[in-house]
Each structure stands twice: as C-alpha cells, then as structure tokens.
Design a protein around this ligand. Sequence first.
Ligand SMILES: Nc1ncnc2c1ncn2[C@@H]1O[C@H](COP(=O)(O)OP(=O)(O)OP(=O)(O)O)[C@@H](O)[C@H]1O
Ligand SMILES: [Mg+2]
Length: 259
Amino acid sequence: MSGPLIRTEGLVKRFGPFTALNGIDLEVHAGEIHALLGDNGAGKSTLIKTLSGIHPPTEGQIYVEGRPVNFRSPRDASDAGIGTVYQDLAINPLLSVTRNFFMGRELRTGPGPFGMLKMDEMDRITHEEMVKIGINVSDPGQLIGTMSGGQRQTLAIARAIHFGAKVLILDEPTSALGQKQQMEVLKTMMRVKKRGGIAIIFITHNEIHSQLVADRFTFLALGEVIGRGTKAELEGEDIRHLMAGGHEIRDLELELAAV
Ligand SMILES: Nc1ncnc2c1ncn2[C@@H]1O[C@H](COP(=O)(O)OP(=O)(O)OP(=O)(O)O)[C@@H](O)[C@H]1O
Ligand SMILES: [Mg+2]
C-alpha cells in the first residue's frame, strides 16, 4: 500500500483562548511505529483525542487513507479504523478475559441484546487473538483482575485490532508498568508491527522505549511540531535535545544551579 494511513494537515485545536495544537502536519504509515514525543502539556493527548473523534479540530483536516474525514464521535473514528488504547484501558477487572475482549460487542445467538451469549465461540476467538499477539491465556474465563498490567495492555491492543483498527494509538502504554511488563508491551507492539498493515502511534515519555521500537519520531512542544524524522535521520543526541523540548541540558543545569 502507498501513502500514509492517516495524515493531518494544519490541525489546530483551541480551548477558548488557549491554543493547544497550532497547525500540526503528521503522516503515519502502515507497518511503522511512530513515536509521538514531547513534554507535559505539549499537546500529545489533545492530538490523539482529535484523531480519535473526542475533540473536533478547530481548523485543519484529518485524512484516512487519503480521504478527508470529519469525526463527530469516537464511534466514527473507530468505524474508520482508528483504535485508541487509553491509559485507563476501559477494562473491568471483575470480568473475564473473554468478556472484556468483547465488551459491548458480544456475539449472541439471536438479534439484539436478548439472544444467548455465544460463550464458546467468544472464548475461542479471544484465545486465538491473544495467542497471535503472544499471550497464551490458558483459561479465557480468568478474571482480568488477576492479569498483569502488561497483559491487560496486550488484551486491549488485541481487542482493538480484532475489531478493525488499522491505526492503533497507544497513549503511554508503558508508563504505569514495571520493567518486565514494559518489555512485554514493547514486544506486543513489535508483533503487531510485524503482522503488517497496521500503523502504531506510540506516545511515551520514555526516550529509551521510543528508540527501541520506533521507526519514525514526531516531537511536539507547546502545540507545535519542533522536530521529526526517521530513526536513521535522527541521532541519539537530537532525540535527547528534542525530548527536552528543544532545551540544552546545559540550560537546564543552569536553571537548577540558580535555585
Ligand atoms: N479540555 C481542555 N480544556 C482546556 N485546556 C486543555 C484541555 N485539554 C488539554 N488542555 C490544555 O492543552 C495543553 C496540552 O495538553 P495535553 O494533555 O494534550 O498535553 P500532553 O502532551 O498530553 O501532556 P502529558 O505528557 O502531561 O500527558 C495543556 O496546556 C492542557 O492544559
Ligand atoms: Mg497526555
């Protein structure tokens, strides 16, 4: 496939007088992990909320596979193939792996909400999808509350893909996890990438994580793109500099020394 899966042109988002996004151009390609980086308040979450149909842009245009789209709700974005995994994950710890996987989209024997649940089929699909992504859940009836944080992230990712996500947006999927589980999530992302056809937007504050998995980087500061490039184009130094919002470590040292 050619051309970006998702593209934004001059995206602006204002909240009253405050400009959170000020003309963002972004291209995200299938088969790539695209790291979206920037300090607190840079506009990362606002950007993905705009891509996910939560915020209508004030100005600018979003294109999915070359077609202009106007999302009026998260449902519109999801129907267009944009699957977003938020940090709180919308997962119910008291429900089973399978019930969480199908939450709101259960398979039933009859039409509407009154048919019997097809538990066997849902268990089978859940098991297959989780294995594909690298987790062998021996009991799909297991309660989510007993799974690790990394496994929960993986479940949310497998669910988004099963229900048609072509663009998978992960907002800080590793931030609340310990080292081992962080690696589990990074591995999940690499497996999704290897399956091809899907683009991943990966928001993180962790420079090492972004360097480990990302093919392409976009750096935001105060609602604007301050740097972008492929892994080959950016040196480790550039990445560090851009992650600091374009400040030199030396300036930050001086700021601390002045305390
Ligand atoms: N609903 C809103 N109303 C008003 N201002 C908002 C709203 N949402 C975000 N902002 C402002 O927009 C700016 C960007 O916020 P955003 O959450 O996108 O940053 P971020 O890059 O995701 O930061 P973090 O790394 O802390 O998650 C911030 O100054 C924030 O206060
Ligand atoms: Mg954020």
